[in-house]
Design a binder for this molecule. Structure first.
Ligand SMILES: [Zn+2]
Length: 465
């Protein structure tokens, strides 16, 4: 059963039902519609998206110099179901184009309709190392908040609980032993609801300190990166550490490997809920309340999954994501190629009409390049990892880095040094797994470094393309 919600009342003399201040009222108005639109047929969702895309194209073509050029000969989107064929004439937008246009100051709108609020900006480099600026409006942030709350509602979280986060990567912020603490779950939830406290700890904290901190917080929910969740789960299982109140682990920011779900369940007996979002776009897909796959957040983004010819992928196929942010009129991102590949899923048995993504494969940059020049995903299965650990049980952490077309570096953090025999067998394991006679070199670390954003990938391709 879902715990009862308490809406904050901004009106003196009214305790219940709560009537929030205008921003909260706007947020509830969006959530009220999302509760319904999730059950609509895909055709209805598509029509509403077209209506919003028409407004977006008209704004961008008029007020954003970059799009004035790009959308010049497009014409209007047809009123019938053929509109996507016209839409697909718009060239996909790549990161380098955003960088170049922003340098020439042609990417930001010259005017905004009333009601969109002030401009806010963030910088993001993702795992690409190519930073871009993303500018959005206060109205966009309100929409973003609605999807933050939707995720809580979908996964039936009890807002009275303690919410712990292990994702702060800023130097000197939320440091052990205290971390940082606030009285609410953050702006999105607190705008409308009474919530329990939130506790935050820096992601670079050593695992044994993370565990000690978590035991003190005794959280109901834990939000962190998948690789951190896995390391915590393994550590807690090995040391018999329980988190008695914990109800869910929520992951974000990196590609989730299937073994993380089982590690979390084994350690604490709770489910894992994954979130697919990027800093420049916001929420792209949320995990289904009833299944482990994802629903695209079609009320917030228009998502296309396309094959190499630019045609839409069918269920079961893997394709490239092109994402259009529906409500960001400050710096429109239209058919933006964010560099991720996903597998399309069939309609969900839960009854929600929002399209399904089965799995998120990750960044093109981190595909393996075979000696033939072909690219492929070097996904490690649970059986692959098991066979690696059979050769060298002392491996605490690993990472495969392709340094050259014929060279793989196997990075390891180990509890005891490996002998020449184990190294030879691991090198053979790498060649078998990757399917080509790569040269394999070894590099040892106390802790394999993360990116500046605190991310970790188990396969990295360093060949410059
Ligand atoms: Zn579903």
């Amino acid at each position: 059963m879902t715990a009862p919600l308490s809406v904050n009342s901004a009106i003196a003399g009214i305790a219940w039902p709560g009537i929030p201040a205008p921003t909260g009222a706007g947020l509830l108005a969006i959530l009220f519609q999302l509760e319904q639109s999730q059950w609509w047929a895909p055709e209805e969702v598509s029509r509403r998206q077209r209506d919003q895309l028409k407004v977006l194209l008209s704004h961008a073509g008029t007020h954003v110099p970059f799009y004035r050029e790009r959308l010049r000969d497009l014409g209007d989107l047809p009123a019938d179901d053929t509109w996507p064929t016209v839409w697909r004439r718009i060239a996909p937008l790549i990161r380098a184009e955003i960088q170049a246009a922003d340098a020439e100051e042609t990417m930001i709108t010259q005017a905004l309709p009333p009601g969109h609020g002030e401009l806010r900006q963030i910088y993001t480099s993702g795992s690409t190392g190519k930073p871009i600026r993303s500018v959005r409006t206060q109205l966009w942030e309100l929409m973003w908040s609605a999807f933050t709350v939707r995720d809580h509602l979908w996964h039936r979280r009890d807002f009275r609980g303690t919410f712990a986060t292990l994702r702060e990567s800023g130097a000197g912020k939320a440091l052990y032993p205290d971390g940082a603490r606030s009285g609410s779950w953050g702006y999105s939830s607190a705008t409308i609801l009474k919530t329990g406290p939130m506790a935050s700890l820096n992601i670079t904290t050593p695992v044994e300190h993370q565990v000690e901190w978590l035991r003190r917080q005794d959280p109901d929910y834990l939000l962190t990166h998948p690789t951190i969740a896995q390391r915590l789960a393994v550590h807690c299982r090995e040391h018999g550490v329980e988190l008695p109140r914990l109800k869910q682990v929520i992951t974000i920011s990196e590609n989730l490997k299937p073994e993380v779900r089982s590690a979390v369940r084994h350690a604490w007996g709770v489910p894992l809920v994954d979130i697919y979002s990027t800093r420049e776009i916001g929420y792209i897909a949320l995990q289904c309340p009833d299944h482990e796959h994802y629903h695209i957040q079609s009320e917030h983004v228009f998502v296309e999954v396309v094959n190499e010819e630019g045609q839409p992928c069918a269920p079961g196929e893997v394709g490239k994501l092109l994402v259009t942010s529906l409500h960001n009129l400050a710096m429109p991102l239209i058919r933006y190629d964010i560099g991720d590949f996903v597998e399309v899923g069939p309609p969900c048995p839960c009854g929600r009409g929002l399209p399904v993504i089965n799995r998120i494969l990750g960044r093109t940059q981190n595909m393996l390049i075979m000696p033939s020049g072909q690219r492929r995903w070097p996904l490690l299965s649970s059986a692959n990892i098991e066979s690696m650990l059979e050769i060298a049980p002392g491996i605490r952490q690993y990472q495969l880095v392709q340094k050259a077309p014929d060279l793989i570096e196997l990075r390891l953090a180990v509890t005891r040094a490996l002998g020449a025999d184990a190294e030879a067998r691991l090198a053979e394991w790498v060649r078998t797994k990757l399917g080509a006679p790569f040269r394999v070199v070894f590099a040892y670390f106390d802790e394999i470094p993360r990116t500046a954003a605190g991310k970790f990938e188990d396969f990295v391709c360093e060949i410059d393309r």
